[in-house]
Structures are given as C-alpha cells and as structure tokens.
Design a protein around this ligand. Structure first.
Ligand SMILES: Cc1cc2nc3c(=O)[nH]c(=O)nc-3n(C[C@H](O)[C@H](O)[C@H](O)COP(=O)(O)O)c2cc1C
Length: 182
C-alpha cells in the first residue's frame, strides 16, 4: 500500500481487492509503506555480491514476505506521473532480487506467482498511468511474478471519491478473487 492518504482512493480499492482475495482463502501480509521505515537504495553494490540488503530497516519484513508469498498486490496513487515515493522506495530496494535473478541467474521459482497492480490518478492524462504501469511491471518481473493485472482509475482526485464509482470497486473486488485462482 503506497498511498499516504487514510481512507483514500487507493486504500478503498485495495481493501476491496483484499476482501475478494480473503474470500478465496488468502492469508495476507499487509504493508502500509507510509508508516514503515524504508530508506532509499544506496546502490552500495553489496547485494550484487550477496543478494541481500544490509540496510537494517523495515524493508527486511518486506523481503521475507516477498520470498514467502505467491500472490502480490501493489497499490499506489499516481504522484507526479509515477508511483508514490513510498511505493518507489520499496521497489528500488528490491534490487537484491534483481541481482539474484539477472546476475546469479537464480530467480525465485516463479511457479504460482501472480500479481495485481492498482493505481488511481486525479487527472485524466494517460502519461501518469503509463509510467506507473512500467514501474509496476519492472517490480513484478524482478520478484519473479511473470503475470500481473493492472487496474487504473483516472480522474479520481478527492479523498474517497472512488466510492462514486461502484463499478471500480466491483472490479477491484473481482480482481482480488481472480488473483487467488490457480
Ligand atoms: C504529490 C501529488 C502528486 C500528484 N500527481 C499526480 C499526477 O501526476 N497525475 C495524476 O493523475 N494525479 C496526481 N495526483 C492526484 C492523486 O493521484 C489523486 O488525488 C489520487 O486520487 C490520490 O489517491 P489516494 O486517495 O489513494 O491518495 C497527485 C497528488 C499528489 C498529492
């Protein structure tokens, strides 16, 4: 969860997706990135040698969950034509997975991995969506999620405005359920 806004549009859609996933039996590790201590990648090169990140912050919890889970939802508002800084910091810190996959040729076994990206933008311009989609794709492939679905609501700005779009809520709920299918 990459939005800082409590009760915001991203949160509402994510809650719907998680509700659908739980109905299909999901046990969910939820990370509210805005309230976690996750520093930016330092490009120190340690993970190129060890495939581990030596920064001892809350990202260590996310690393463990990424290794242990097989379905993933990334949710972020569009901020300045991309994902939020909170989401991006977490994604950049996935460099150890990138090293493991592309340098050591030792990807996390991708069997059963699938993803869902949820994003909301206040404007109707597609450029924010395009950039966010590219970042989400890069994130998912790095953690060996070979397939993911994208949900994007544009032109939704005020806190909770997404509630006026019941079709978007339903779509998120259904996407959460579908994510849990084999
Ligand atoms: C710092 C900041 C930057 C934003 N940049 C964009 C943008 O580039 N494109 C866009 O469509 N909306 C932009 N927005 C609007 C948000 O995407 C929109 O309000 C969204 O509904 C917020 O989702 P949330 O309620 O989950 O936080 C921006 C909002 C903020 C606070």
């Amino acid at each position: 969860m990459g939005s800082p806004r409590k009760g915001g549009n991203t949160q509402i859609l994510l809650d719907e997706a998680m509700r659908g996933a739980r109905e299909k039996g999901a046990e969910i590790a939820y990370f509210d990135l805005n309230n976690m201590k996750i520093g930016g990648c330092q490009d120190c090169g340690v993970c190129a040698e060890t495939c581990c990140c030596h920064i001892n912050d809350d990202m260590q919890l996310v690393y463990q969950a990424i290794r242990e889970s097989y379905r993933f939802i990334l949710a972020s508002p569009i901020f300045f034509a991309g994902v939020s800084a909170q989401a991006k910091a977490m994604i950049d810190r996935c460099q150890p997975f990138w090293c493991e996959k592309y340098l050591l040729k030792r990807p996390i076994p991708p069997e059963g991995r699938a993803g869902l990206f949820i994003t909301v933008g206040g404007m109707k311009k597609a450029e924010g969506r395009d950039c966010s989609f590219a970042t989400a794709r890069s994130f998912f492939r790095t953690i060996s999620v070979l397939e993911h679905r994208e949900l994007c609501q544009l032109g939704v700005d005020a806190r909770g405005e997404i509630l006026k779009h019941p079709e978007a809520l339903k779509e998120a709920y259904e996407a959460g359920k579908t994510l849990m299918e084999p």
